[in-house]
Design a protein around this ligand. Structure first.
Ligand code: PEP
Length: 249
């Protein structure tokens, strides 16, 4: 199995209109030929114009969710094929905001992931405990259940990325200790190796997400089995995201 290429992934959530494309121009100019992988997951409305602005630079695009079906009567939803058609190569699935705001269960996320794989997208599947679950010492059980339930059997080392995002660390400015991050990432690695074998299990990239900033990125990236970050707030400005990219290379 090859070396896992570091990945800096930005989740813009429900932020950004075409005016925000200027941030992409800045990112392309400063990091368009980075040695690590860079991924931006903008609102679906910006995928196609962003793909045009990125041109041949080495910045990938992703969606933030997709529907389990390829097409049909699902008002307001978007399919994996549509994301791919608009320029996406990746999709974030099972983000805690989707799980909370839209009641997405592990079963839903697994069905979405199957659809994404069928459309040729790489899935970034998010798992993470709430504060109450951590306080009750249930973190690893919760992660285990989410991994088992959300990840489809067909996953490969190239088509699957797992993001560990403690719910209480998202958008709060709070982060787990480095030991806590390492404990969960080592656990996820072991679970993937147990289920998929060492070859696949060791090639899946594991991202940490939750209040990553330029100031804390380097220490988090030094933790074992942290192969990059899924970044929310700090991915919106090219200068902040650039600082995180710099910390990865
Ligand atoms: C996220 O929602 O994926 C995230 C990590 O958000 P933030 O970086 O803003 O905490």
């Amino acid at each position: 199995m090859g070396m896992r290429v570091k990945l800096a992934a930005g989740n813009w959530k429900m932020n950004g209109t075409r005016a925000a494309l200027a941030e992409i121009d800045t990112l392309v100019a400063a990091h368009g030929d980075a040695a690590i992988e860079i991924l931006i997951c903008p609102p679906a409305t910006l995928l196609a114009p962003m793909a045009e602005r990125i041109g041949t630079a080495k910045i990938a695009l992703g969606g933030q969710t997709c529907h389990p079906q390829a097409s049909g009567a699902h008002t307001g939803d978007i399919s994996a094929e549509m994301l791919a058609d608009a320029g996406a190569t990746h999709v974030i699935l099972g983000h805690s905001e989707r799980r909370a705001d839209h009641g997405e269960s592990d079963d839903t996320v697994r069905a979405q992931a199957r659809a994404a794989l069928a459309a040729g997208l790489t899935c970034i599947i998010c798992v993470g405990e709430t504060e109450a679950q951590r306080d009750a010492a249930n973190t690893l059980d919760i992660i285990s259940g989410q991994l088992a339930g959300s990840i489809p059997d067909l996953s490969t080392g190239e088509s699957l990325i797992v993001a560990y995002e403690p719910v209480w660390a998202i958008g709060t400015g709070r982060t787990p200790t480095l030991d806590q991050i390492g404990e969960v990432h080592d656990y996820i690695r072991a679970e993937l190796e147990r289920r998929f074998g060492a070859g696949v299990g060791r090639s899946v990239r594991l991202l940490y997400g939750g209040s990553v900033k330029p100031g804390n990125a380097a220490e988090i990236f030094a933790v074992s089995n942290v192969d990059g970050a899924l970044v929310g707030g700090a991915s919106l400005k090219a200068s902040d995201f650039g600082g995180i990219i710099d910390a990865l290379q």
